[in-house]
Design a protein around this ligand. Structure first.
Ligand code: ADP
Ligand code: MG
Length: 419
């Protein structure tokens, strides 16, 4: 205690004493009648205090069972009680000044807000529900440890964007073939890609689409694609588990080459596609120059970061350690855009909700209340790359629910992609 007094000064010493007395009130002790000891108190942010306790072998369940008593004793709301990730002999109690919900339902948010055109839902914040205009980004990264909520966020971003954006085509790349992507398999305006060759082919195809759009803009003296005027859809390329695409770890020349091509193609899309109305949404567990190229990172202005396993992880994404000190609550993260850094609880969307919305979309495309402005971007390997991208022909809009086609190496050899 003398050491604490010398290092931190009297106010901190007094605070520790106060916290120790309140901790004692909960009556926790081990078999030797030894009471847990306050190890440190940190103000993690303006609304969150982290109390670290040396637990002397008292299990996490015993602490969690006393949550109500701790709240009454400390007079503060508890957000989470967890074991310290690196040293299990320490238990962490995270206090919060806000009454943050741990789960926010997608359906209840949708019922309570009016989504503006091209906006998607970020989630619950201190200032209420926050949405984001995709045109302001135009690219976005979702990062965070496994199980923190990246795939759920992708789903809710996609569904909310489809609610607000009438002319949207989505290319969904999921090389880990997660089950989530299956929820979109009947969406008429979504193409699902699950293997490396197809993914690189598709990126190449989107790059061609971008180049065509630039020529069109130049010829017509426009600065950017406006969906209705130019009869072109907004295109969103979504990559879940981006590290699988960009950092192929197979000891295989071809896979390495495909990975490099995927990085180069994504780089040119990230750099230029703003005016072409083409957007990227990448999710990854780790953000390093190997998983997401530094050039690509530089062109992504919207970053969402769930809890990270390391301080460095949070610093790489957000420029500070905020996401490292988050409590272990799925769906809780920080949104960083420009100078903004806001804490958000992302809404939880269920597979049923995603599928139900897909059924509604099928109906809307069928009866014509929703339509694509151009034919679905043609992802067939041997298609004419001039495609029908400027055609008004919507005839194939209704027969796209047969699911995506996955290409084999023999369909799309590297030579073909390079040409
Ligand atoms: N926004 C959320 N609200 C509540 N629970 C969530 C939320 N997001 C994720 N979860 C929970 O965490 C689990 C893992 O989420 P997931 O999105 O698959 O994580 P990741 O893709 O980061 O590995 C989900 O199955 C769900 O139970
Ligand atoms: Mg995931």
């Amino acid at each position: 205690m003398l050491l604490i007094l010398i290092i931190h000064g009297f106010p901190y010493y007094a605070l520790m004493n106060r916290f120790q007395n309140r901790l004692n009130r909960a009556g926790l002790s081990n078999g030797l009648n030894w009471k847990p000891k306050v190890a440190s108190i940190n103000e993690e942010s303006f609304n969150r205090t982290k109390l670290t306790i040396y637990n002397g072998g008292i299990g996490i369940n015993e602490f969690q069972n006393k949550k109500d008593i701790f709240e009454a004793s400390f007079g503060r709301k508890i957000e989470a009680i967890t074991s310290d990730e690196l040293s299990p002999e320490y238990t962490v109690i995270m206090f919060t000044k806000n009454n943050w919900p741990k789960v926010v339902k997608f359906s209840s948010i949708c019922n309570n807000i009016n989504l503006h055109r091209d906006h998607f839902i970020l989630g619950h914040t201190l200032k209420g529900i926050v949405t984001q205009d995709i045109n302001e980004l135009p690219h976005m990264l979702i990062a965070g440890s496994t199980g923190s909520g990246k795939s759920i966020m992708m789903k809710e971003v996609l569904v909310s964007l489809m609610k607000s954006s009438p002319y949207l085509q989505v290319i969904f790349l999921d090389l880990k073939a997660g089950i989530e992507v299956q929820d979109f398999k009947n969406y008429p305006n979504v193409s699902i890609i699950k293997d490396m060759e197809s993914a690189v082919y598709v990126l190449k195809r989107i790059k061609t689409e971008m180049d065509q759009r630039f020529s069109y803009l130049e010829q017509n003296g426009h600065r950017e694609i406006v969906c209705e005027r130019d009869k072109m859809d907004k295109i969103l390329v979504v990559v879940d588990e981006a590290s699988v695409l960009y950092m192929s770890n197979y000891a295989n020349q071809q896979a390495m080459k495909l990975s490099r091509m995927a990085r180069e193609l994504t780089d040119s899309l990230a750099k230029l596609s703003r005016a072409a109305n083409i957007h990227l949404l990448l999710a990854t567990q780790k953000v390093t120059k190997e998983t997401i190229d530094t050039h690509i990172q530089e062109n992504i202005s919207g970053k969402f970061c769930f809890k990270t396993n390391t301080l460095a992880g949070s610093v790489t994404v957000l420029g500070n350690g905020a996401a490292y000190s988050l409590p272990d609550i799925p769906g809780r993260g920080f949104w960083s855009h420009g100078h903004k850094l806001i804490e958000v609880q992302v809404p939880l969307i269920t597979s049923e909700e995603v599928k139900q919305f897909g059924e509604k979309l099928v109906e809307e495309y069928k009866c014509g209340s929703r339509k694509m402005l151009q034919a679905k971007i043609n992802l067939e390997p041997n298609s004419n790359s001039n495609g029908d991208s400027n055609s008004d022909n919507n005839s194939n809009n209704n027969n796209q629910s047969n699911g995506p086609k996955n290409y084999k190496v023999e369909d799309v050899c590297i030579k073909q992609i390079e040409n």
